[in-house]
Design a protein around this ligand. Structure first.
Ligand SMILES: Cc1cc2nc3c(=O)[nH]c(=O)nc-3n(C[C@H](O)[C@H](O)[C@H](O)COP(=O)(O)OP(=O)(O)OC[C@H]3O[C@@H](n4cnc5c(N)ncnc54)[C@H](O)[C@@H]3O)c2cc1C
Length: 405
C-alpha cells in the first residue's frame, strides 16, 4: 500500500481516541488521516444525564476537537455522514463525498423505541448535548408554566423515565436537582413525582442483584417511585400509558424520558455490511466481516462474550479498549503484515452513578462498591480518560475534582 487515506467516522470515545493514537503511532509520511464528526466538539456521553438534569453545564461535557488533535497531522471535517459505500470506498457527506483506503466506523448509537407509539414524537432522549439541553429547558419550562395556568395541571410536575442504566443515572441527578428547582419555581417538593417504569422486576437487571437493590433503595429514599414489571405502551404529549399485570394505567405527564434502548447507528447498519439484530458483524481483529479495510468500534459492533454467548455491554471503556486494537491493526495493514491482534475484552468493572453523592458498581475481580467509594471511582475513571485523551491540559480544564459531594 502507498500512502493510504485513513478516514475515521465519529469523534466519540472510540473515534477520537483512534485519531489521537494514530497521531502518536503513525508517522505523517505513512498515511493521511481524516476525522469526520457532526460537531466541532467531542462530547462526554457519560455525562449527558447531568446536563439533562441541569446539574452540569453543557460546556463541561464538550471538548473542542481542535484542542485534542493536531490539526496539522489530522484533517478534521465537521459534517454529517449520510451513507457509507464500501464497494466504492466512498463516504457520502451532507456537503460532498470522501474516499478512503482504510475506514474506521465509530458513529455510536441512536435511540431504539421498538415501535412504541408516540415515543419518537413526544419522548425526550439523552443522546447528544443538544437533546440533553432540550430536556433540561423543557423541565424548567414546565415548572415555570405550572403557576401560569388557571387550572393547575399536576401533570407538569410528573416526570416519567423509562428503563436502562442511563435512566437510573438520570434519576440520580434529578433527585439532586429537584430541591433547587422547587426553590426556584416556588413549588412544594411533595408535589413532584419522579416515576421509573421498568420492564424487569428490578432496575439494573443485568447487574448483581445486591447492586440493583442498593440503587433502588438509594433512589427510593430520595423520592423516586418505581413501577417494575411494567411496559410502556404509549406516549402522548400530556400522558403515558403503561401495562402492568394485564392492566393499562395512565400517568399524566408532559415529560417522558426514554432511556430504555439503543440500536446501532442506522448509517452503519444500512451500508451493506452483514449484521445480526442490528449490530455489525466484526472479526476478532475489529474488521468488519468480509471487508479487509473497514474497522468498526464499540456501539457499531456486536462483540459476544464467548462463555455466555451474550453481547458485551456497550460502554465507553469498551470503545477505548477497541481503539487500541484498531490502531494496532490499521498499522499492521499499512505495513503489509499478516498477523493482526485479536480484541479480547477486559472487564475492568462498571460504576453507575446515583447522583452527586451516591453510586454503585464493581471493580476488578467483581468487588462490589457502594456509596462514596463508588463515587470516587467514577470520578477517577472520568479524569483518567481526560488525561489519556488530552493530557494534563484537558484534565485540568474539564476534570472532576469535587470529590466531597
Ligand atoms: C446518559 C448516558 C450515560 C452513560 N454512562 C456511561 C458510563 O457511566 N460508563 C460507560 O462506560 N458508558 C456509559 N454510557 C455509554 C457510552 O457513552 C457509550 O458506550 C460510548 O459513548 C460509545 O462510544 P462510541 O465511540 O461508540 O460512540 P459515541 O461516543 O456516541 O460517539 C459517536 C460519535 O459519532 C458522531 N456521529 C454520529 N452520527 C454521525 C453522523 N451521521 N455524522 C457525523 N458524525 C456522527 C457523534 O457526534 C459522536 O461524536 C452512557 C451513555 C449515556 C447515553
Amino acid at each position: 500500500m502507498g500512502k493510504p487515506n485513513i478516514v475515521i467516522l465519529g469523534a466519540g470515545y472510540g473515534g477520537l481516541m483512534t485519531a489521537v493514537k494514530l497521531e502518536k503511532m503513525l508517522p505523517a509520511h505513512k498515511a493521511t488521516v481524516t476525522l469526520v464528526n457532526k460537531y466541532d466538539y467531542h462530547y462526554q456521553t457519560t455525562w449527558l444525564h447531568e446536563i439533562a438534569a441541569g446539574t452540569l453545564h453543557h460546556d463541561r461535557a464538550r471538548i473542542p476537537v481542535k484542542d485534542v488533535i493536531n490539526m496539522e497531522k489530522t484533517r478534521f471535517i465537521v459534517d454529517n455522514v449520510i451513507a457509507i459505500k464500501p464497494d466504492e470506498k466512498t463516504i457520502k457527506l451532507e456537503s460532498g463525498e470522501l474516499s478512503y483506503d482504510i475506514l474506521v466506523i465509530a458513529l455510536g448509537v441512536e435511540p431504539a423505541t421498538y415501535g412504541i407509539p408516540g415515543l419518537d414524537d413526544y419522548a425526550f432522549t439523552i443522546e447528544t448535548v443538544n437533546n440533553a439541553r432540550l430536556l433540561k429547558e423543557h423541565l424548567e419550562y414546565n415548572f415555570a408554566k405550572y403557576h401560569h395556568e388557571d387550572e393547575k395541571n399536576k401533570g407538569r410536575l410528573n416526570i416519567v423515565v423509562g428503563g436502562g442504566v442511563s435512566g437510573v443515572e438520570y434519576l440520580g441527578e434529578l433527585t439532586n436537582r429537584i430541591p433547587d428547582l422547587c426553590d426556584e419555581y416556588d413549588i412544594h417538593k411533595t408535589m413532584i413525582r419522579v416515576i421509573n417504569i421498568e420492564q424487569s422486576s428490578t432496575v439494573l437487571p443485568d447487574f448483581d442483584p445486591q447492586l440493583a437493590k442498593y440503587a433502588m433503595s438509594s433512589l427510593e429514599s430520595r423520592g423516586v417511585e418505581f413501577i417494575t414489571g411494567a411496559r410502556l405502551k404509549e406516549c402522548k404529549p400530556d400522558h403515558v400509558i403503561y401495562e402492568k399485570a394485564g392492566k393499562h394505567e395512565t400517568i399524566p405527564t408532559y415529560t417522558t424520558v426514554w432511556t430504555g434502548g439503543v440500536r446501532t447507528n442506522s448509517i452503519a447498519v444500512n451500508s451493506g455490511f452483514t449484521h445480526n439484530q442490528g449490530e455489525i458483524d466484526i472479526c476478532d481483529d475489529m474488521r468488519v466481516s468480509g471487508f479487509e479495510d473497514v474497522f468498526a468500534i464499540d456501539e457499531c459492533t456486536g462483540v459476544t462474550e464467548k462463555e455466555s454467548d451474550k453481547l458485551y455491554p456497550l460502554t465507553a471503556n469498551m470503545a477505548i479498549q477497541q481503539s487500541d486494537i484498531v490502531v494496532h491493526n490499521v498499522k499492521a495493514l499499512i505495513q503489509g503484515e499478516e498477523e493482526f491482534t485479536a480484541y479480547k475484552p477486559k472487564r475492568s468493572g462498571t460504576v453507575v452513578s446515583l447522583g452527586h453523592t451516591d453510586a454503585t458498581g464493581t471493580i476488578l475481580n467483581n468487588r462490589k462498591l457502594f456509596g462514596w467509594k463508588a463515587v470516587m471511582l467514577k470520578k477517577l475513571i472520568d479524569n483518567y480518560y481526560l488525561l489519556r485523551l488530552g493530557g494534563f491540559n484537558q484534565l485540568m480544564r474539564k476534570g472532576k475534582f469535587n470529590i466531597f459531594y
